[in-house]
Each structure stands twice: as C-alpha cells, then as structure tokens.
Ligand binder design. Structure first.
Ligand code: FAD
Length: 403
C-alpha cells in the first residue's frame, strides 16, 4: 500500500508518540493521535521545568554506552536519529540549542513550552488528527483498537498500523501510569517489571541535618559504588539524597539494595585534590584550629560538606591529617531504600527487547509497534531519556513507512 493511503493510529502524546506522528504524517500517512489526557506532552513540559535537557554532546560511542545492557539494541536507532539530528530538529522548530558546561544540550529558552507549541502547530499543518481524552483500553475481538472517551463511551479504530507510545510508570499523574502493561501481557507480550530509575535514595540523616540542609546542592563531588566513580552534583533531600551523580549510579544501587537491603556509597568531597595534597594542606594548617575551621579553610569544604562528613563518620572526626584526609575522600553514605516509582524521573522495565522485532513491532501482535519509555531500557539523566524516546519513535515510524 502506498504511504499516502496508510492510516496509522499513534497512541500516547509524549515525545515518542509526537515524533512518530510527525515522521509518518510528513511522509503522507493519515495519522490519528490518541491521548488519554486533555493536553499533550505533560511529562515533556515537566522535563522543561529543569531546563529541558534534550540530549548530550559527548562522542556517540560514549553516548550509546549510557544505555548499559540496552546499548547494542538502541545503537542503530540512535545512530539513525542522533543527538545532532535532535538538535537540528529543535532548531527547525525555532528553538536554538546550546551545550551546557557538563556537555548537556538544552534549548536556549530552557523550557519545553515554546518547542511543544511549534511542534503541535507543525503536526496540525501536516494533517495529524488529535483525539484527546481517549484512553486506549486494548483490542476488540476483531483486532480493532478500543478507546474510552468521555463518560466511558467506547470508540473503535481499525488502522493499517498502530504505534503505542504510552510512556513508563513514573509520575503517573502526568498520564503515564503503566496501566497498559496488563493489556499487553494478556496478548502474550513479554514485559519486565517496572522499577524506579533516576530516583532518590533514603539516608538516615539526623533531624538537624535534614532540617538544615534539605534542598541544598552538594557540588563537585565524586561518588563511588561497586568500583564505578561518577563526578557531579547531588542534592540533599529530607528523606536522603538525589541528583545527577546519584542517578548515574541508580541502576546498580537499586540492584544491590534489592539483594542486600542497604548499601554504602563512598563520597569524595574534594575530588580535585589528591589525598596526599589534602593531607599536606591539613598538616600545614593544623595549629590550634578547631576541626571545623580546618575543614573550611584548609580543605575548602562548605558548611553542608562539613556536616555531611559528620553524618557519615560520626561527630568526632580524626585530627591526624592523613586520617582526616581519608575521611574527606571516602565518606560512607549508607542508603537504606529507593524512592517509590511515582516520584522517579523515569522507570526501568516495560516491553522487552525479545517481545519486539528489529522494527520495534510486537512479535505477538503484528502491525503494532512500540516506542519510547515503555520499552525496557534505562539510562541516567543527561538527555539520554529524551534522545532514546525520539530515536525509537522515529524508528517505529520509519519501520511502518518501509513495510
Ligand atoms: C521531573 C522530570 C524531569 C525530566 N527531565 C528530563 C530531561 O531533562 N531530559 C530527559 O531526557 N528526560 C527527562 N525526563 C524524562 C522524559 O520526560 C521521559 O522519559 C519522556 O517524556 C518519555 O517519553 P514517552 O513519549 O515515552 O512517554 P510520556 O512522555 O510519558 O508520554 C506518554 C503519553 O501516553 C499517554 N498515555 C498513557 N497511557 C495511555 C492510554 N492507555 N491511552 C492513551 N494515552 C495514554 C500519557 O498520558 C502520556 O501523555 C524527565 C521526567 C520527569 C518526570
């Protein structure tokens, strides 16, 4: 069938569904986009509150490695719709991008709303029909898609092909509840259980520390777990700790927590200064100073870092310079649990690689393709989440176009 005659249902109006609808309609397909919420792109807009980290500027091989076990699966899709393609796409919608100090890529507007507005205008110009407040409920006996609208009225659609882009299971109030999992499991689609990804961890802070420092960033630290060290920033929360450096380790921390019940992470509070140099500085400055003054002046620690050190090692820190330097560079943080899925930035789990073919079509339901966070991959924050959602959305759409 020629592309212009194909009718396609795209279900889910997040970035994966929107880019799939754009790709298909640009090629002449007749696309209807279904979304359960009254408006589109709610999680995308939420991501915009943090500046909208669209992608990352690092070298592609390093970039792809961020997807861990899913790297080889996603690689061809990310190569075919690369970080450079994503930036060019944003620029095409009038949103210039820039590379931040950590290599992360953001739109200059540092929010999602202007990009989303321009995007929706393009979809409308390309003839994409929107069916909002339509919740997908599975298939009828004849294979038609079932949607529940207002007052639970059911409507059916029988497209030539379908793309499901229903999101993961974090932040359910934004629309992605993971409720689709049982609908797919009933059709024999293999799923991995949802788990928190890019989520904070519980730490048993003292009441004084939690009250005084919750919401404060711990800048320029290095965290080590299981032989892997990550440089960056973390944020103290009343319940524990969150932020980029923690998220980068969250997959291995989550696994260790599941088996061991609690895990200990090592924080280096002066990653730019070697232990020997720090020992020397502490030695020279020691004199009659209080430990707090020594930590502030000789080690350059902030009040937050000094108090964190006391939380980690107990109130009585060693005075001997070598031992104090070691304490600063290997502060143990005991994590006792992970924050629940509904507060995680993203979820791991979902439709497994084995459940789809190379075109992202469900092996158990021919003609139905899957894209975005509902696929079973995970990655740290840094723009990797949106990049994979875009790349898989484009891949599913192109697969339909070539079929
Ligand atoms: C606070 C926060 C900040 C973030 N910041 C960033 C960032 O800076 N950079 C980054 O790369 N990533 C970020 N992310 C993650 C990123 O936003 C998501 O990975 C991305 O939105 C997932 O895209 P998606 O299209 O797969 O799913 P979603 O964006 O979740 O969209 C899925 C859509 O499907 C709809 N839907 C679900 N079920 C049904 C149904 N049964 N019927 C009809 N419609 C349905 C939902 O309502 C939703 O609109 C952030 C996430 C959060 C929560």
């Amino acid at each position: 069938m020629s592309t212009s005659l194909k009718t396609i249902a795209v279900v889910g109006g997040g970035p994966a569904g929107l880019i799939a609808a754009e790709t298909l309609s640009a090629a002449g397909a007749k696309v209807t986009l279904y979304e359960r919420m009254p408006t589109l792109g709610r999680k995308f807009l939420m991501a915009g509150r943090g500046g909208l980290n669209l992608t990352h500027s690092e070298e592609l091989a390093t970039f792809v490695g961020r997807y861990g076990e899913a790297a080889s699966w996603l690689k061809p899709m990310i190569e075919a719709f690369s970080p450079a393609d994503l930036q060019a796409w944003a620029q095409g919608l009038g949103q210039e991008t820039f590379v931040g100090s950590s290599g992360r890529v953001f739109p200059k507007a540092l929010k999602a709303s202007p990009l989303l507005r321009a995007w929706l205008a393009r979809l409308s110009a390309q003839g994409v029909e929107l069916r909002l407040r339509r919740e997908w409920r599975g298939w009828d006996a004849a294979g038609g898609l079932l949607f529940a609208g207002a007052d639970d009225a059911i409507e059916t659609a029988v497209p030539d092909a379908t793309i499901l882009a229903l999101g993961g299971a974090s932040w359910p109030k934004l629309g992605s509840t993971g409720g689709w999992a049982s609908l797919l499991a009933d059709r024999g689609v293999a799923l991995a259980p949802f788990q928190s990804a890019n989520s904070g961890f519980d730490v048993g802070w003292s009441a004084m520390f939690a009250e005084r420092f919750a919401g404060e960033p711990l800048k320029n630290i290095a965290l080590t777990f299981d032989g892997r060290t990550v440089r960056g920033e973390a944020m103290i929360a009343a319940y524990g700790i969150e932020g980029g450096a923690i998220y980068a380790l969250s997959a291995s921390l989550r696994e260790a927590l599941a088996t061991d019940g609690a895990v200990t992470l090592e924080a280096d509070l002066t990653p730019d200064v070697s232990r020997a140099k720090l020992t020397d500085r502490l030695h020279r400055a020691a004199g009659g100073q209080s430990t707090t003054n020594l930590l502030r002046k000789a080690a350059g620690l902030s009040p937050l870092a000094i108090n964190l050190l006391r939380e980690a090692h107990g109130v009585d820190l060693p005075r001997e310079p070598g031992a104090l330097a070691r304490a600063i560079k290997t502060a143990p943080l005991r994590l006792t649990g992970m924050r629940p899925l509904d507060r995680a930035i993203s979820s791991a789990g979902g439709v497994t690689q084995a459940a789809v073919d190379g075109d992202l079509m469900l092996r158990a339901v021919p003609g139905v393709y899957v894209a975005g966070e509902m696929l079973d991959w995970e990655a740290p924050t840094g723009g990797y989440l949106l990049q994979a959602c875009f790349a898989t959305g484009v891949h599913a759409a192109r697969s339909i176009l070539k079929a």
